[in-house]
Design a protein around this ligand. Structure first.
Ligand SMILES: [Zn+2]
Ligand SMILES: [Zn+2]
Length: 254
């Protein structure tokens, strides 16, 4: 990658200390200051949704997080725009996520991804996620059943809610990238090329491309110094041949 060939406008995916138990290392202010240092125009604070047993944000902290971001927006006015989002979790295979209606007023965006360590709400969901997905490595038949179910759940959440970005599609469990891309396109949802995880991979980007879906890059920073870093994601973009104009937060420097 040539230096300064691209400019990242916004980081749509960063974690802070509100991702509990030491999962996120930096404060909101530290992430924001790093984003300014890296020349970003926007930063999104997107901690893990409350359904994550170990790392999920505490619902009762939402007013405090919102106030902090509002105050920092005043302090850094003209330098950067700060948004509050969340990285919500799939919590069952009937297509439910871990965001309640009354939480939505706090968020500027809602991202969604599969994560292990989530409190799945019924036995069937626990069985498919934790048991069948593992067995799928040994049986094509089980694998394709799992891909269908993993995709069904995420598709239903996209169709019934306002989801801005699917984070690291294909990470944790396999999904039908073609079908997901089509649904994302129809619902104006971006597919993320994640810098911290290897998904979307080059092959997955190629699979998603014909649908006409748009993409985003996310650092998925869990410590401030990683905010705005998307070098590995850009490498995958270049290898896949994806047009830069289809990535919402990246510009080509002429
Ligand atoms: Zn994630
Ligand atoms: Zn994340």
């Amino acid at each position: 990658m040539e230096k300064n060939k691209y400019k990242l406008i916004a980081d749509y995916h960063t974690h802070t200390i509100y991702s509990r138990n030491g999962h996120g290392k930096g404060t909101i202010r530290e992430n924001v200051e790093e984003a300014i240092n890296k020349g970003l125009e926007e930063i999104y604070i997107t901690d893990h949704g409350p359904g994550h047993i170990f790392f999920g944000l505490k619902r009762k902290k939402l007013p405090e997080i919102r106030r902090t971001i509002d105050t920092l927006n005043e302090e850094y006015s003209g330098k950067i725009k700060i948004f509050l989002g969340v990285e919500a979790n799939v919590v069952d295979y009937n297509g439910k996520y871990d965001i309640e209606e009354e939480d939505l007023k706090y968020f500027d965006i809602v991202n969604l991804g599969y994560h292990s360590g989530v409190f799945l709400r019924n036995f069937k969901s626990i069985f498919i996620y934790h048991i069948l997905n593992r067995l799928g490595r040994f049986s094509k038949k089980i694998e394709s059943y799992c891909i269908e179910k993993n995709t069904d759940a995420i598709v239903k959440i996209i169709e019934e809610n306002n989801i801005n970005i699917i984070t690291h599609p294909g990470d944790k469990v396999k999904v039908d990238i073609k079908r997901l891309a089509k649904v994302c396109k129809e619902n104006n949802t971006l597919m993320e090329i994640n810098n911290h995880h290897p998904h979307l991979s080059v092959d997955e980007i190629k699979e998603a491309m014909p649908s006409g879906v748009d993409f985003s890059l996310g650092s998925d920073a869990h410590r401030p110094e990683k905010v705005g870093l998307v070098d590995k994601a850009i490498k995958r973009v270049e290898e896949s041949g994806l047009a830069i104009t289809r990535i919402k937060n990246l510009r080509e420097v002429k």
